[in-house]
Design a protein around this ligand. Structure first.
Ligand code: GLY
Ligand code: MN
Ligand code: MN
Length: 485
């Protein structure tokens, strides 16, 4: 275990070539990566077209507090830029600037503002974007209104259609809501509020093609991305190990979540890739249970922990299900072994050329057969306690953009079968409230896969052995709070 920890730390200390800033980690993707991605998209764009991307919206949490900002993954992939209120245009062909120069991409970004930076954080501004992200044609977002581009000259203007869910800040005339309004005017977007919508009306606006193009790019991970996915997965695995060691009946679900998140943050992962799922007993039957409120987990129960760290934007997605007592009951073990078998059946065929549907089918057939043998379902019943798919891409999104046809070298995917038997199900009550998901992450190689999450114990005997190990948290005992009784 010691060796694993040291090698993990060594791996995590590798830098990926950015100017040193002591306030920031030094292993973000390089500007060259993002430049190449923009070029790769340009190659895929149809003739005489432009692709327009908007940064993610700032969302209000309550009153004057916003949710922590997270950049739109496509925008991040193409730029590296993590601030809001911005728009990026990528052109198939060179455009002529008023000064006669040629350009094929342009970005309008949040401007420097001393007062706002004191309140909400540093901004790169247009000069910072040029320097840090190598996008030479960078302007303040106020300039977008005056940007005189004739969108009607393009055969296609590609963008994601708007969901009309962006708040306008009346004190900012170039926030995202304004940039969208300005774009709609420039591109003659048939806004239902302004114009009667004529479904037959022909225009050059294309809201469908960008998603498949971005999926084709993002589904194959470059070596730089693989390194970050690996780190996200490794820190998430080590956090699962630490949770297994620290697990005790009587802990709260929130405490378990806290241990996982503390460990991955100790390894410098910045965030969760999705809300942590920690469900003990019947809570495990809620597939995306995020409340994690049960104050005292019970010795008799399993606990399902679907937890993934985000590391420099890339997320892991790993589920371990373990007995809170440290030992599986016979029924828990039978269900667990069946889910494990389903996962291993899918792993046997996990290689380029296999389809996502083949993987799903392998897990379903195994689970249906096993549940029949255990007398939990009857002949002819299918997928009763396995209601979800088994695999998806991971990357900048936990359910990453990608096609769902054949596996290809360079894809990063999950395999995650599960069985969930809620109370009052039509089977022997001894199976009730058993919920098991086992989820691992894989990188597709030339002839098979690299099991990225193998560090997190997965077999019954390995889980039970890990849970017997001492935890540094055993001696972390907090005092009672001085609350009046
Ligand atoms: N954590 C979400 C999922 O497994 O797909
Ligand atoms: Mn998943
Ligand atoms: Mn998951």
């Amino acid at each position: 275990m010691q060796r694993i920890t040291i090698s993990l730390l060594l791996l995590l200390s590798g830098a990926a070539g950015m100017a040193q800033n002591p306030d920031l980690p030094n292993d973000f993707l390089s500007k060259e990566f993002h430049r190449q991605r923009r070029e790769a998209l340009r190659q895929k764009l149809p003739p005489r077209s432009v692709a327009v991307f908007f940064s993610a919206a700032v969302r209000n949490r309550s009153n004057d507090v916003d949710y922590e900002y997270h950049q739109d993954p496509d925008f991040y992939y193409l730029t590296g830029y993590k601030e809001p209120q911005s728009v990026l245009l990528i052109f198939k062909d060179k455009q002529k600037a008023p000064n006669g120069g040629l350009y094929d991409e342009i970005i309008f970004v949040q401007m420097r503002n001393e007062l706002m930076e004191m309140w909400t954080g540093r901004r790169l501004g247009e000069e910072g974007v040029k320097k840090q992200w190598g996008i030479d044609n960078a302007f303040g977002n106020k300039e977008f209104k005056r940007y005189n581009l004739d969108f009607s000259k393009f055969d296609k203007v590609l963008f994601y259609d708007f969901k009309n869910d962006v708040r306008d800040n009346p004190r900012d005339s170039s926030d995202l809501a304004d940039l969208i309004t300005q774009f709609k005017q420039k591109a003659n977007y048939p806004d239902p509020a302004r114009l009667p919508v004529n479904k037959e009306e022909k225009n050059n606006l294309d809201t469908r093609s960008l998603s498949p193009l971005m999926a084709q790019l993002r589904q194959i991970k470059s070596p730089e991305e693989v390194e970050l996915v690996r780190k996200a997965v490794l820190v998430s695995c080590q956090a699962q190990v630490e949770v297994m060691k620290a697990m005790r009946p009587g802990m709260s679900e929130l405490e378990v979540q806290g241990i996982h998140e503390f460990v991955f943050k100790k390894y410098q992962a910045e965030d969760v890739g999705y809300p942590s799922i920690v469900g003990s007993g019947h809570n495990g039957c809620i597939l995306h249970y995020e409340e994690n409120y049960k104050p005292s987990i019970e010795s008799k129960d399993l606990i399902l922990m679907d937890l993934g760290a985000e590391y420099r934007g890339y997320t892991a997605d790993i589920t371990r299900t373990i007995p809170i007592s440290g030992k599986f009951s016979p029924e828990q073990k039978q269900i667990y072994e069946l889910v494990l078998k389903a996962q291993e059946e899918a792993m046997k065929i996990c290689k380029p050329g296999t389809s996502f549907a083949d993987l799903t089918q392998a897990t379903r057939v195994t689970i249906d057969q096993g549940l029949k043998e255990l007398g939990i379902i009857k002949e002819g019943e299918k997928h009763m306690y396995y209601p979800h798919g088994c695999c998806h891409h991971i990357g900048l999104d936990v359910h990453d953009k990608g096609e769902y046809n054949q596996l290809q070298e360079g894809m990063a995917i999950t395999i995650e079968p599960g069985i969930y038997i809620p109370a009052n199900s039509n089977c022997d009550p001894k199976w009730w409230n058993i919920a098991v998901r086992i989820e691992d992450d894989y990188l597709l190689t030339k002839d098979g896969y690299d099991h990225l999450s193998a560090l997190a114990p997965r077999k019954v005997e390995d889980i039970e052995a890990t849970m017997k190990l001492p935890s540094p948290l055993d001696s972390f005992v907090l005092p009672e709070l001085p609350v009046k009784k």
